[in-house]
Design a protein around this ligand. Structure first.
Ligand SMILES: *Cc1c(COP(=O)(O)O)cnc(C)c1O
Length: 526
């Protein structure tokens, strides 16, 4: 029986597939595709170039003796190559992307149109600021709304991703401690459920990392926090809503205890999508927080698109914000590029130039097109969608924290699979056969066999139901007689199960002529 039968053929059994192996490696209308170097030869080119008007002999012994080995392809061959590759990449424009801790939402085309306006897209970072006043005005407006939405007095726009924002926030905190003669504070506290970038950032800045325990209901253990907050603690890094998809109920007490101990409260704001327009982190006592523009304010990041991680800062940390500083003067906007004068206490800079202009435009377009009420509805709908999934899937699966509603993501553990001989990984692979990108697996680490699902506000109910129907059917298959459907999955993907350990330990990063990357197409079985 077809499990996912909306416009798709019945799922063939593994045996059927093996008996119908294609001669080309292509499957259905999806083409197998070698590397571009294996496709094209040196002798071919897609353009007609005039013969060089100088004799090669002019180059003396610098004349190349061997062909350079560039792939030569005609225009249709080159186009097909990249279109075929693009079809192998799952995309939010193709289907639901339920990764938790990632906020993969639809990216309105209006943002893309705005980002491509020549006045933004063709800017050069070194052109005189007098000729880039419109772009600087947009950055100023974006900064205004980021400060308004978070209730914070300052923002550093330049960090280029969430993790880069964490680095920026901790460097500001370190500079503030140093300036106050508190440089002996060497420890950063993070909860056990923290995103890996939090402890990694703290260690990168040179801090020791200590863990804060978690309560049975998935939140920061206040008693453990109070016990660990001492004169050596520089900061805590807490995500809110946290990576279990839960709001930290005691957030005001967390920030009070932290400040009482002379430490700063860094909030990981990656999950701001769940509370934007509803909660202002500044009201919670946050000192620094990055905002992943590419999560909360759309912008395409799946598949490696650029990100942007502006950091909002409290009054105490604002003087240490990195340059460049955007300032408004009588002659328009200007940039303070050096840590001097007004910006004398800036800790340095995070990157060359001003940050990700294209992301600034997209985020600002997203804010303007939603308005204040629209942004609040983003948070409300994201939370509603996650709770819908939590409620439906709880019929077959065990929510990690059954008590009360979740925020923007629904978290399940694998206790419902106990005794079935099926793992979280098997379920994720089986989802691929149903046309869905898997959810986040085995994160957060505090939940056994974790399955973290974040639908976001941009999925319609019909799509949520399609996903839930497939998940519930797979769950029943896992517990029942059809375990092979999961154990052997994916059956329909171009690649089956890869040796992920080998790929991580011994990645093959170069190709030389003669290397083969494409397994020879299997011929029909004897
Ligand atoms: C995504 C995420 C980050 C890192 O953000 P990047 O933009 O990928 O660097 C940090 N913390 C949490 C909780 C996240 O979800």
């Amino acid at each position: 029986m077809a499990m996912q039968n909306i416009g798709r053929p019945s799922r063939p059994r593994a045996a059927d597939l093996e008996n119908h192996a294609s001669l080309t490696g292509g499957r259905g209308l999806l083409q197998d595709e070698p590397l571009i170097f294996e496709l094209g030869g040196w002798e071919k080119t897609g353009v007609d170039l005039p013969a060089p008007d100088r004799d090669a002999a002019d180059l003396g012994d610098l004349v190349r003796a061997e062909p350079i080995g560039l792939p030569g392809l005609s225009e249709p061959e080159a186009l097909r190559h990249y279109v075929r590759l693009s079809q192998k990449n799952h995309a939010i424009d193709l289907a639901l992307y339920p990764l938790g801790s990632c906020t993969m939402k639809h990216n309105p085309r209006l943002n893309e149109k705005a980002a491509r306006l020549a006045g933004f897209a063709d800017l050069h970072p070194l052109q005189p600021v007098s000729t880039a006043q419109g772009a600087l005005a947009l950055m100023d407006r974006l900064a205004h709304w980021l400060k308004t939405l978070t209730g914070m007095p300052a923002v550093a726009l330049s960090p280029k991703a969430g993790a880069h924002g964490e680095l920026c926030g901790l460097l500001a905190i370190k500079a503030a401690h140093d300036a106050a003669g508190q440089g002996h504070r060497r420890t950063v506290l993070t909860p056990t459920s923290a995103h890996g970038t939090n402890p990694a950032t703290a260690a990168f800045v040179g801090y020791q990392v200590a863990e804060i325990a978690q309560t049975a209901d998935g939140r920061v253990d206040l008693a453990d926090l109070a016990a660990k907050l001492g004169p050596d603690v520089a900061a805590i890094m807490v995500t809110n809503p946290n990576t279990c998809g839960l709001f930290e109920r005691d957030i005001l007490e967390i920030s009070r205890l932290t400040h009482e101990a002379g430490a700063y409260f860094y909030c990981d704001g990656a999950n701001f999508n769940a509370i934007v327009g509803r909660v202002r982190p500044g009201d919670l006592g946050v000192d620094a927080m990055h905002i992943n523009l590419h999560k909360t304010f759309s912008t395409p990041h799946g598949g490696g698109g650029p990100g942007a991680g502006p950091v909002v800062l409290s009054e105490a940390l604002a003087p240490f914000a990195p340059v460049p500083w955007l300032v408004a003067g009588p002659d328009g906007f200007g940039l303070i590029e050096e840590p001097a004068g007004e910006a004398a206490r800036a800790f340095g800079r995070m990157c060359a130039f001003q940050g990700q202009m294209g992301m600034f435009v997209r985020a600002y377009a997203y804010m303007l097109s939603h308005g204040a009420d629209g942004l609040r509805q983003v948070a409300e709908d994201a939370v509603l969608n996650a709770n819908y999934i939590k409620a439906r899937l709880s019929a077959e699966m065990t929510p990690a924290f059954p008590e009360g509603p979740c925020m923007h993501e629904a978290l399940f553990d694998d206790s419902w699979l106990e005794g079935a001989g099926i793992t979280t990984l098997d379920l994720a692979k089986a989802l691929i056969d149903e046309g869905f990108h898997p959810m986040t697996m085995y994160f957060p680490l505090v939940v056994h066999g974790a399955m973290l699902i974040e639908p976001t506000e941009t999925e319609p109910k019909r799509e949520l139901d399609r996903f839930c129907d497939a998940m519930l059917a797979l769950a029943r298959a896992a517990k029942g007689a059809d375990r092979e459907r999961l154990k052997g999955a994916p059956y329909l993907a171009p690649m089956r199960r890869l040796d992920e350990t080998l790929a991580a330990r011994k990645p093959k990063l170069t190709w030389r002529p003669g290397d083969s990357t494409v397994a020879p197409a299997p011929l029909a079985a004897e």
